[in-house]
Design a protein around this ligand. Structure first.
Ligand SMILES: Nc1nc2c(c(=O)[nH]1)N[C@H]1C(S)=C(S)[C@@H](COP(=O)(O)OP(=O)(O)OC[C@H]3O[C@@H](n4cnc5c(N)ncnc54)[C@H](O)[C@@H]3O)O[C@H]1N2
Ligand code: MOO
Length: 410
């Protein structure tokens, strides 16, 4: 049985993705989680005018100490049009523009209020003034292209009055959960032999969390003609079609041959365990079809190693794969044919980073992934490994399931 490496499989997929990003113009209130398609520059100075940082009195610092005639009151949102003369002060509220002729603001707590105020000490220029352009000058870079917009970016853009942003169209992903035994979580009770569709929900959640997009989900029974019909229906509106199940060598596992006979198969079988049955093909004019394993643990490994990086490329960013080196805390007794990706806790002590392998590595388990910090990589053709063997591991992003809030149980 021949395998291609994970790197080769990725390269075959990446080569099929157009580097020309599909761009769109997105209203700011829908931009959270989108990837910026162009650099954003400040369209004006920010703040756009120098303004009072405190409620108090604006005047000329050169005339301090001294007394000032209060000539009026300026609220935020209004403008004082006459220049202030020496010896004049303006009562000013936080956020109101500094009038011409004033260069400082003294908090109201520091003077006795009245028609004339006495300022007893020297006041430095610029006190309590938020100067025009202190954060951005017109044309300054604000957010670079390729940034996935977070809440602070959205707030920043709003501050600058940017109401629409150029973004990359999110990937259009369709998930087809295949298998006669696979049932929707609404089915109750399950018939003997049935199993709930974990993969569809898992993939939908991974896409929502990672790429901020909704996937389309369908269930397809183990009938070739039903799968073909589903593929051809969804392909025109999909960048990626992900099927789960049916990629192994069972009597119903017709996906690899269907990929070869009817579509342009890119690969079948990758040097990774779990997940070695992964397959990929092109459907019609360029939709990529990824055939992932039915076992959720294998499917997740394939998603992290192959699918997430290529989805990121479609979405306009590069997948941040983090690797660390550490040592096995205990021996690993299985000789390895394909490269293994073993779920592990990471633990640091004064001697360095240790990998504690999780006992249950079964490829149908989601729980072991939920407990893991990362995947320890055992290279192919490795013999049994003694404790303290140094290995590399992939750090799993974002999802280790641990309580993050205290829940009262009594
Ligand atoms: N003779 C051989 N048998 C198998 C081999 C092999 O090399 N020779 N490979 C094994 C490996 S490794 C895996 S992994 C599986 C891959 O099987 P498929 O990808 O073809 O998937 P299925 O057979 O359809 O399902 C496997 C397993 O997963 C359950 N499943 C399917 N879909 C879902 C879903 N949406 N949610 C939850 N669970 C699902 C399904 O009921 C099966 O139990 O093949 C081995 N066999
Ligand atoms: O695809 Mo299977 O999970 O390699 O174990």
């Amino acid at each position: 049985m021949s395998y291609i490496s994970v790197d080769e499989a990725r390269a075959l997929l990446l080569a099929r993705i157009s580097t020309a990003l599909r761009r769109t113009d997105t209203p700011l209130n829908e931009a959270l989680g989108r990837v910026l398609a162009d650099d954003i520059q400040a369209p004006s100075d920010w703040p756009p005018f120098s303004r009072a940082a405190m409620d108090g009195y604006a005047f000329r610092s050169a005339n301090t100490p001294g007394t000032f005639q209060v000539v009026g009151t300026l609220y935020a949102g209004a403008v004082w049009t006459k220049p202030l003369m020496p010896g004049e002060a303006l009562r000013i509220m936080t956020g109101a523009p500094i009038p011409e002729g004033a260069d400082t603001v003294l908090e109201q707590e520091r003077v006795t209020e009245g028609p004339v105020i006495a300022v007893l000490n020297q006041v430095r220029p610029g006190r309590n003034i938020m100067v025009r352009g202190h954060e951005y000058r017109l044309g300054d870079p604000v957010i670079p292209a390729g940034t996935r917009l977070g809440p602070l970016d959205v707030g920043q853009l709003a501050a600058l009055g940017i109401d629409r942003v150029p973004t990359v169209l999110p990937p259009r992903v369709t998930v087809l959960s295949t298998g006669d035994e696979v049932a929707s979580t609404t089915v109750r009770p399950l018939k003997p032999g049935q199993i709930y569709d974990a993969n569809g929900a898992l993939l939908a959640a991974l896409y929502a969390e990672t790429f901020g997009c909704r996937v389309r989900r369908l269930h397809v029974p183990d009938q070739k003609r039903r799968l073909i019909a589903a593929l051809e229906k969804v392909a025109p509106a999909s960048d990626l079609i992900i099927t789960t199940g049916g990629v192994s060598v069972g009597a119903h596992d017709y996906i690899p041959t269907l990929m070869e006979d009817r579509y342009q198969r890119l690969f079948w079988r990758v040097d990774m365990h779990p997940g070695k049955a992964a397959a990929a093909a092109l459907v019609h004019d360029g939709t990529i079809w990824l055939g992932l394993s039915g076992n959720p643990g294998a499917m997740l490994t394939e998603w992290y190693l192959l699918v997430a990086p290529i989805t990121a490329q479609i979405a306009g960013w590069s997948w941040p794969e983090r690797r660390v080196r550490g040592r096995l805390a205990r021996p690993y007794s299985k000789p390895t044919r394909e490269t293994r990706y073993l779920k592990a806790h990471f633990r640091r002590d004064p001697e360095g980073l240790w990998f504690d392998l999780i006992d249950n590595q079964s490829s149908d388990a989601i729980r072991s992934f939920r407990d893991a910090d990362g995947l320890v990589i055992v290279p192919h053709e490795s013999p049994a490994l003694p404790a303290e063997t140094e290995l590399e591991a992939l750090v799993l992003p974002f999802h280790r399931s641990r309580p993050s809030v205290l829940v009262e149980t009594d």
